[in-house]
Design a protein around this ligand. Structure first.
Ligand SMILES: [Zn+2]
Length: 346
């Protein structure tokens, strides 16, 4: 159990690690927040803590409009976390519906949650992890048999088939290098990242429209399969995003591989040049790339950014101060701008 002092400190430091675990209500305003809320922390004697959002509501408090304690669960579901741990701790195992039911997990729920979280079903996730393990074994100089065992494949022909289908070559050849999809929790909703061993290809909120279309595009453009797993880069991305959300990082330092036309990449470079805590209009961004008339094309390139937060398209607003658009949802854009110290009148 956390002490009241500790809970208060978590709010003061905007620590998102506790998002979803408890809530703080403010007696003077009648509003309650989740850990990580960018609003100024009130005096401790005006604060009251609750174990759930429902309890705060029942006590008569209203949800904060800045951190949205009701609508934007920042934590990965417990079910997904438990399943991922099971898969990691029992490499190569095949998970049947019966295994899940034996652990009190409804298979259709697992399928749906993995689909919305990773763009793939639970069984595709398990299969992808096993193939990734087999691949890693080969990359480390293991034999085909060792790779087959590492991936939990019972028959060598089944292994060769699955391997060739995914990597475009049999296990003794190099074939296509995979990209790895990983998850990141944020105070404004779950995100996924897609990384190679050397660069970040995608970072997105999972509620973004047509997320699957973006994944399919990457697979096609780079001719590489996407498997669940982490690389050194995805760990770096997760660390830096976490630091950003905690307010400890204002500038990302990551190798990026954005996918787009030359014009789009010029717009994205101009976005990266907008400092934390500042905004630009679409027109100003067009001027920045030396083509003042191209503001419509600039706006559309802005919307096609596939590296949410890291390429800060949220820092572009309408002339006159209107919020403009955001693929992940305007409530997220509002939160990000407020978090970066912009006035909250958007
Ligand atoms: Zn709040």
């Amino acid at each position: 159990m956390l002490s009241t002092e500790k809970k208060y400190e978590i709010f003061q430091t905007r620590n998102i690690e506790y998002s979803g675990q408890f809530y703080m209500a403010v007696k003077t305003t009648g509003i309650f927040c989740r850990p990580g809320c960018p609003a100024r922390t009130p005096h401790p004697e005006n604060c009251e803590f609750f174990e759930s959002a429902k309890a705060a509501l029942t006590a008569g408090y209203r949800p904060c409009k800045r951190c949205h304690p009701m609508n934007l669960p920042g934590e990965a579901g417990t079910l997904i976390k438990n399943l991922i741990n099971l898969v990691e701790n029992d490499p190569g195992r095949k998970w049947s519906e019966k295994d899940l039911l034996a652990r009190g997990i409804e298979p259709s729920t697992a399928r749906r949650q993995f689909q919305s979280r990773f763009g793939m079903s639970f069984s595709a996730y398990v299969k992808g992890r096993n193939l990734a393990r087999a691949r890693a074994e080969i990359a480390q100089g293991g034999s085909v048999i060792e790779a087959q065992l590492a991936g939990g494949f019972e028959s060598s022909s089944g292994f060769r088939d699955a391997y060739s289908k995914t990597f475009g070559a049999p296990p003794n050849k190099a074939g296509r290098d995979p990209l790895f999809v990983d998850w990141v929790d944020s105070p404004i909703g779950p995100m996924i990242t897609i990384c190679s061993e050397t660069a970040l290809y995608l970072s997105e909120f999972t509620n973004r429209k047509n997320l699957k279309g973006q994944l399919d595009k990457l697979i096609k453009v780079y001719d590489r399969p996407i498997l669940p797993g982490q690389t050194q880069i995805s760990q770096k991305v997760a660390d830096q995003l976490q630091a950003y959300f905690n307010g400890a990082l204002t500038k990302f330092d990551l190798p990026l591989k954005p996918t787009g036309t030359e014009f789009q990449r010029r717009v994205w470079d101009a976005l990266i040049a907008i400092p934390y805590g500042e905004t630009r209009s679409y027109g100003e961004l067009a001027v920045a790339i030396g083509n003042a008339k191209a503001f419509r094309a600039v706006a559309s390139s802005n919307a096609k950014n596939g590296l949410a937060i890291i390429i800060p398209c949220h820092r572009v607003i309408n002339t006159g101060g209107g919020l403009g658009g955001y693929a992940g949802g305007l409530d997220k854009k509002r939160w990000l701008l407020t978090h970066e110290g912009q006035p909250s009148h958007y």
